[in-house]
Design a protein around this ligand. Structure first.
Ligand code: PHE
Length: 464
């Protein structure tokens, strides 16, 4: 029995096919990680939380919490080779604990659905900006004109709804086609192309005359501005940007060949994701200061700054179009990851055809998306707790559901799974393995809990 289990685990076949190669997996996970989170969300959240100190906390969270969590998530996924809910149930039983671990997968599936509901709306904005760029509306525009463009656009809920619908349609299309044919093709050229374009923009912002100011804003920590809520926002952003804590990476891990190094893949993905986020900040903040804009303006930040730069460049319309096309692509490959756990679960649990599951889940997400579509116009004044409905969905998912999922995944991998299982997945019990185990057993879960409890005011203030 034991023997059978042991061989069964190593050779367990995935129900959804495999990545064609090691590189395809890295590309797909990078495709999931790199998205609106890096280019749209990171700069605006960093701006809202005062810059430097936030960025520092973000980077610390990425390394000390994000990396061990991502490794845990991939190794769980590869060992289970099912959708996140079934994987957690299966491994829970296999490792001598309980099948109730499936609840972790369930929370993840829900988080993915909720995140995609707003993610698709913002991705719809980028689609609209592709169109705007092609028509050349940004040529020579002033800061006021560019932000009037943005305000006018998001203020028209019908237009936003059309773009959201288009984006969800595209996402459903790829997910319906399945992992092999759909995902691999989409991610192969997008990340390098995006990187190149960001570097071009960087060249522009370096010449904006305010590069030093942008640099100082991002890298001079002012700890007086840092509240526990900002620390939580930094941690939540790390999870969001790395796509961890909700099962997307676990679902991708399920298709990973046994011989691929999880540590190596994690390092590559985390590096790419972080470089692109920092680059986005380095491009955007100098433009903010050069044009007298407010770094804390919120979700419109990217749409109010980058078109200004494009508007002043020679060939700007071409660059702008290319940029928003690439950003839409990046959002697309992330959206696929957000949907994958729910779809894989429906396929396995209810025996649905993949296409049918994708359409059903997609329609649900599309409908939920209207809460966000309307948060910027008709329902903009409907605010409670953290702000608009959109702000609350974002807070609930990034700052609560993802950290919660991450705690349970790391605790599961590092405490519940036996040493042999994890060492087998991570390629032996060497120094890196020990480091992972230390971070995953103690540092990551305790830090996540501590930050969360501090931010919601459940821990006393030791300093006073
Ligand atoms: N990481 C993606 C981004 O930065 C968003 C995402 C979150 C994707 C969670 C999948 C899972 O845009």
């Amino acid at each position: 029995m034991l023997n059978e289990q042991a061989t069964g685990k190593a050779s367990r076949a995935s129900l959804h096919g495999h990545w064609s190669s090691h590189m395809a997996f890295i590309l797909a996970v990078t495709g999931s990680a790199v998205g609106l989170g890096n280019i749209w969300k990171f700069p605006y959240i960093a701006g809202q939380n005062g810059g430097g100190a936030f960025v520092l906390v973000y980077l610390i969270c990425v390394v000390l919490i994000g990396m061990p969590v991502m490794m845990s998530e991939i190794l769980i996924g590869r060992r289970g080779r099912r959708n996140p809910i079934a994987t957690m149930a299966l491994l829970g039983a296999e490792e001598g604990s309980t099948r109730h671990w499936r609840l972790v997968g369930l929370v993840g599936v829900l988080a993915g659905i909720l995140i995609l509901s707003y993610y698709s709306v913002i991705a719809g904005w980028t689609l609209a900006y592709v169109y705007k760029s092609i028509t050349g509306v940004f040529a020579g525009a002033t800061a006021a004109e560019v932000s009037a463009q943005f305000g006018g656009f998001v203020g028209d809920w019908r237009l936003v709804a059309v773009c959201h619908t288009l984006f969800m349609g595209l996402t459903i299309f790829v997910v319906a086609r399945g992992v092999e044919r759909g995902l691999e093709q989409a991610v192969k050229f997008m990340v390098p192309a995006l990187l190149l374009l960001m570097l071009t923009l960087l060249g522009y912002s370096m010449n904006s005359g305010h590069f030093g100011e942008g640099l100082a804003f991002m890298f001079t920590p002012d700890f007086d501005k840092l509240t526990w809520d900002s620390v939580l926002a930094a941690m939540g952003q790390a999870f969001f940007s790395l796509s961890i804590g909700m099962g997307a990476i676990m679902a991708y891990g399920a298709y990973l060949p046994q011989e691929t190094s999880i540590t190596g893949a994690t390092a590559a993905v985390v590096t790419a994701d972080t470089v692109i986020a920092i680059l986005a900040g380095l491009v955007i903040f100098p433009l903010v200061f050069a044009n007298g804009l407010d770094p804390a303006e919120g979700p419109g930040l990217v749409f109010d700054t980058l078109p200004l730069a494009f508007g002043q460049m020679t060939g700007g319309a071409v660059f702008a179009t290319l940029f928003f096309v690439l950003l839409s692509f990046a959002a697309w490959t992330s959206a696929i990851g957000l949907m994958e756990p729910a779809v894989a679960w429906m396929v396995e649990h209810f025996g649905r055809a993949r296409a049918q599951a994708a359409v059903l889940v997609g329609i649900l997400i599309w409908a939920l998306g209207f809460a966000t579509v309307l948060s910027f116009n008709v329902l903009a004044d409907l605010t409670f707790y953290k702000g608009t409905i959109f702000a609350n969905i974002d807070y609930l998912t990034s700052n609560f559901m993802l950290p919660l999922g991450a705690v349970f995944m790391t605790v599961f991998a590092a405490w519940v799974m036996c040493r042999n299982s994890t060492a087998e997945e991570l390629g032996g019990a060497g120094t890196l393995y020990k480091l992972w185990r230390l971070l995953a057993r103690f540092v990551a879960p305790l830090a996540i809990l501590f930050i969360f409890l501090k931010a919601v005011g459940l821990l006393p203030d030791f300093s006073s």
